[in-house]
Write a protein that binds this ligand. Structure first.
Ligand code: GDP
Ligand code: MG
Length: 686
């Protein structure tokens, strides 16, 4: 359907949750849809209009409410203007409560204070309900349609450029090594297996060079080579694994033979299947006494992976990464599968390479490890890669050897780009630096428009919150990471975290690479965000501004620590739960009877605190003589909200006049109890 949009995309664009948008659509008679359903542009427009209308209504209501509140406050203020200030002569009256009128007036003042605060908030808030921004809804909608078309174009164009060569093989084509991604459940031994394979290779190779971590490596087995892509192992890295599946020709699925198929094993199978990549199962940890190879093969049946010796065509290789056992067999099997794939590439074709990993190197600047798919890359080439461009200054293989050029099929580290590209970006050659800049500028404009859509989204969310449909608090984050892989992983896990709590919404305002800079801090100021740095430093200038502007910057080296902290922050943002608790005890030392005021108990706080508005239980010996509200609290001549032990105070209530010296007062107040995710979860289900 031309111009059709999916509900979740439109919702994202409007800064709503899909469910909220579906509710609005329901009002328009569109039901039986899911977040993934497409709706036609007319319906989308109608929904946006309805939201605008509701926003306007909400605004009018709010204004009316504010006006009414102001009048009430003004009335209350008038009462104070005719005051009966308490006389200051008698000593007794020094501890006396002011007249009730004064108490009231005070409260009215407080109410007014609150009101002004609210006013400020509204002034600061984006003018969401201004007619101009309402008009922009339609513009945004049109923009969304354009973007979608553009996205579709890019989505179909880019992978094509970097896809494996297929069809008729030219004369001058060369055989290329298979690209292998190692996937599997956490702790099943992926890293150990990769290390073991590389070690064996480094030991056996003549150069015995120092291996570098560049995100990919190339090992030789029996005169042929295999390219391995690093894929971190926890579910937090699902995004990267998915990408690994796309670049890879073969997936080695690591399953610990003592543990069997686990959730991430199943996910990995899904990724491999989605990318239509053959799976070789490495049954690891066979050295352990608990290893049960046959049992895992049995489990594999449940996922339509039938081992060869069970009559199927899934290659299963028992190995021990730790003991380096049977690794050669695994490599042989990889080469066998690759042979059937007949992988080749055209070294004379236009250059196309895929970024596998990228980061910022202190001395060399942006570095990117790319997998050359077609053509060759040479030192001196002008290249474009996402929004970055540059002249190739240096090329290195994974052992750190410097090269002049690299042909198709191999991973290589590229130095000389203007900025750090993203994993998955495609690198192509440009005619000149001028042309390269033109291309990247276009890309940058496209990126910015996406970012701007992000800003609109926050204000629209405010709008919807006003409607009272959702009570969502935003946790805005600016993310900075060293390499695109960790940035993506962090984003992915944050999105997972986001789904855990209905009341708090994580917004990633910006996600970038490299150290935290001034501009990150300014962005955080503008969007009221917290900066989260992963494996990066904070520039001194950024630190200074952050301090001035009270922007919180948190840096981490471990992803889970970052997630834990953010989770804690989310919990901190939850609406507090209050519980009645005894907060203090007081004892009546002297009773004052004051005309026009009533009876005031002059007390000593013996423990904790007394709070105005708290509940109090007055006991005489063991008998309860009064239970009610502590409506007036005095500290010398001042009316106060709270007095702490060991202070003295005057306590009074119009409900009780029979105070006696020696009465004991228990003070019970609403106390905020800390929330946590478990509380939240049980509330949601309950
Ligand atoms: P990953 O999370 O999948 O990358 O798993 P790691 O490679 O980090 O391995 C997790 C743990 O399993 C480590 O303590 C390894 O030493 C251990 N391990 C990995 N392979 C083997 C193996 O073949 N045998 C035994 N006994 N332990 C292994
Ligand atoms: Mg690992």
């Amino acid at each position: 359907m031309p111009g059709a949009v999916r509900i979740f995309q439109l919702a994202k664009k409007l800064g709503l949750r899909s469910e909220a948008l579906m509710q609005v659509l329901g009002e328009l008679g569109v039901s039986d849809v899911s977040a993934a359903s497409s709706i036609d542009p007319e319906t989308a427009k109608a929904a946006a209009e309805l939201i605008s209308e509701q926003a306007l209504d909400a605004r009018k209501q709010r204004e009316a409410r504010e006006e009414a509140e102001k009048q009430v406050a003004a009335e209350a203020a008038k009462v104070t203007e005719a005051p009966a200030a308490p006389a200051q002569t008698a000593a007794a009256e020094e501890v006396a409560a002011p007249t009730e009128q004064v108490v009231e007036a005070e409260e009215a003042e407080e109410a007014e204070e609150v009101e002004t605060e609210e006013e400020e908030v509204f002034i600061d808030a984006p003018p969401w309900a201004a007619p101009e921004s309402l008009r922009s809804l339609e513009e945004q909608l049109a923009e969304l349609e354009d973007e979608e078309e553009a996205e579709e174009e890019v989505a179909t164009a880019l992978p094509d450029v970097a896809r494996r060569a297929s069809g008729e093989r030219p004369e001058h084509a060369v055989d290329v090594p298979p690209v292998v991604a190692v996937l599997g459940h956490v702790d099943h031994g992926k890293t150990t297996l990769l290390d073991a394979i590389r070690d064996t290779d480094v030991v056996s190779s003549e150069s015995g060079g120092i291996t570098q971590h560049i995100g990919a490596s190339e090992v030789s087995a029996g005169g042929r080579s295999i390219v391995f892509i690093d894929t971190p192992g926890h579910e937090a890295f699902t995004a990267m694994r998915a990408r690994g599946g796309q670049v890879a020709d073969i997936v080695v699925l690591v399953i610990a033979a003592d543990d069997g198929i686990m959730p991430q094993t199943v996910e990995a199978i899904g990724h491999a299947r989605a990318a239509d990549v053959p799976i070789i199962v490495a049954l690891n940890k066979t050295d352990l006494p608990g290893a049960n190879v046959e049992q895992v093969k049995q489990q594999l049946l449940g996922h339509n992976l039938v081992a060869e010796d069970w009559g199927g065509d899934t290659i299963v290789v028992p190995v021990s990464a730790l003991q380096k056992e049977n690794l050669q067999e695994l490599l042989d099997m990889i080469l066998l599968v690759a042979e059937i794939q007949e992988l080749w590439a055209d070294p004379e074709a236009e250059l196309a390479a895929v970024v596998v990993e990228a980061g910022m190197d202190e001395s060399r600047g942006p570095v990117a490890t790319v997998l050359v798919r077609h053509g060759q890359i040479q030192v001196g080439d002008v290249v474009v890669c996402g929004t970055s461009q540059g002249r190739v200054r240096g090329l290195n293989d994974w052992r750190g050897n410097s090269l002049k050029q690299m042909g198709p099929g191999h991973p290589v580290e590229v130095v000389g780009l203007s900025k750090v590209p993203l994993a998955g970006d495609i690198m192509v050659r440009a005619e000149s630096m001028k042309q390269a800049r033109e291309i990247t500028q276009k890309q940058a404009v496209a990126e910015r428009s996406v970012e701007m859509a992000g800003t609109a989204r926050v204000s629209l969310r405010d709008l919807y919150r006003e409607l009272g449909e959702l009570k969502v608090k935003d946790l805005n984050l600016v993310l900075k990471a060293d390499v695109s892989g960790s940035a993506q992983a962090l984003e992915q896990s944050l999105m997972e975290l986001d789904t855990q709590l209905e009341e708090v919404e994580i917004n990633i305002v910006h996600s970038g690479l490299g150290d935290v800079t001034e501009s990150d801090v300014l962005l955080a100021v503008a969007s009221d965000a917290i900066i989260v740095g992963f494996h990066v430093q904070v520039s001194p200038a950024a630190e200074r501004i952050a301090e001035d502007e009270h922007v919180e910057i948190r840096t981490y080296d471990v992803i889970y620590e970052a997630l834990d902290d953010i989770q804690a922050a989310m919990v901190g943002m939850l609406e507090p739960i209050y519980e009645e608790q005894t907060v203090g005890h007081a004892e009546v030392r002297q009773v004052f009877r004051i005309s026009r005021v009533g009876v005031v108990a002059g007390c000593a706080i013996v423990q904790g605190r007394a709070e105005r508005g708290a509940r109090m239980i007055v006991r005489r010996r063991d008998e309860v003589v009064f239970e009610g509200t502590l409506s007036s609290l005095q500290h010398f001549e001042n009316s106060v909200a709270k007095v702490e032990a060991p202070g003295e105070c005057g306590i009074a209530t119009p409900e009780f006049r029979g105070w006696e010296e020696g009465d004991r007062i228990e003070i019970i107040a609403q106390v905020e109890v800390p929330r946590n995710l478990t509380v939240q979860a049980s509330q949601q289900t309950g």
